[in-house]
Design a protein around this ligand. Structure first.
Ligand SMILES: Cc1cc2nc3c(=O)[nH]c(=O)nc-3n(C[C@H](O)[C@H](O)[C@H](O)COP(=O)(O)O)c2cc1C
Length: 337
């Protein structure tokens, strides 16, 4: 077995054993059931919903329920909640279990968006590790499904406290911690500080996953090798490029198939997968919403393809399935001629 091959392995999260350690990260506005299904088909070992409001679950909000849709192809599937209330977290976990059967529950402690942090949720929890402890503990007492927690390095550069927040989560009963090593203040800018992942890995008793700046198979191999983390969650690197999962696994196993890098995935294949995602989205949310949601995905699928600017300009106005199929056919014809 090559050195890289030993980096790809199963991971045990509490009572659950997942056959591989390359996950799709939760992404609000992106990781809906259609995108997750495509990611699984392309090799993601586990997927997460985007963040779901615990209070929304309790209010029976229609939007929240649509976020809880699971594809039969998602064998290993996490539901991520956000809240600042231990009570709401516990009740939401109970309610979700009466509706569906996640493999994992995750607590979001990283979302930087004002409407989430203003209510004390997401990254605001980083300011209060004892609240993270209480929320995780209440979730743990409300379910036998393993709990994972996704954190950032800290609120800002002056308050780096990932060790403290991760320890609070584990004390509360978390079975895995994923660290995105940026602060809330950094948002998604700058470079993620992988040293924080190495440091956390060396200090925590449960599996540690890393997230941040994983755009190529080499990035993933480097993170696994340098930080010794137990697995990764790929986020922006998978948007318009779900192929990255197969590529990463092939790269780590030392058996690259012919099209191992995204620039080598043909235009035809990229657009065929994008159309499959469109059809899955239509099935899940209806044609009108799916066509709006898929515009950004199509723009990402053709990123870097020569002559795609005109296609992107047209696709952002597409409103029907028929329009998508027509624009794709035209673009494929023009790029192969
Ligand atoms: C558009 C977008 C939405 C995101 N939504 C979530 C979310 O709902 N829950 C979460 O834990 N992280 C969320 N994240 C953070 C990602 O999961 C990931 O940790 C972060 O983007 C770093 O990885 P990357 O640099 O490889 O993109 C989001 C990131 C982006 C770009």
């Amino acid at each position: 077995m090559s050195r890289a091959a030993s980096l790809y392995h199963p991971v045990t999260i509490g009572t659950v054993r997942i056959p591989g350690n390359i996950f799709l990260a939760p992404m609000a506005g992106y990781t809906d059931v259609a995108f997750r299904t495509v990611a699984v088909r392309e090799g993601a070992d586990c997927t997460y919903t985007e963040l779901v409001s615990a209070e929304g679950v309790l209010r029976n909000s229609k939007n929240t329920h649509s976020l809880l849709r699971r594809s039969p192809e998602e064998i290993y599937w996490g539901v991520q909640i956000f809240t600042s209330s231990p009570y709401a977290a516990g009740k939401a976990v109970e309610r979700i279990q009466s509706l569906t059967t996640p493999t994992l529950f995750d607590l979001n402690c990283g979302c930087p968006v004002p409407k989430v942090v203003q209510h004390g949720g997401g990254a605001a929890l980083l300011k209060d590790p004892s609240l993270i402890y209480l929320i995780v503990k209440t979730m743990k007492e409300s379910t036998s499904i393993p709990i994972t927690v996704k954190i950032r390095s800290g609120w800002d550069a002056e308050s780096i406290n990932y060790r403290e927040t991760a320890e609070a989560a584990v004390l509360g009963g978390a079975s895995l911690v994923c660290l995105h090593p940026r602060t809330r203040t950094q948002g998604y800018g700058g470079k993620s500080n992988w040293r924080h992942i190495s440091d956390l890995k060396s200090s925590l008793s449960v599996p540690v996953f890393g997230s941040g700046d994983l755009f190529t198979p080499q990035d993933v191999a480097r993170m696994l090798e340098i930080t010794r983390c137990d697995g990764v969650m790929i986020a922006r690197g998978a948007v318009g490029n779900p192929f990255i999962f197969t590529q990463v696994k092939a790269f780590l196993q030392g058996t690259p198939p012919p099209n191992v890098f995204v620039e080598n995935v043909s235009v035809e294949k990229r657009l065929a997968v994008a159309l499959t995602q469109l059809d899955l989205a239509i099935e899940a949310m209806g044609e009108s919403l799916a066509c709006r949601e898929m515009r950004k995905h199509f723009c990402s699928y053709v990123k870097g393809i020569e002559g795609s600017a005109g296609f992107r300009n047209r696709i952002v106005h597409a409103e029907t399935r028929e329009q998508y199929y027509r624009l794709v056919a035209e673009f494929t014809r023009s790029s192969s001629s």
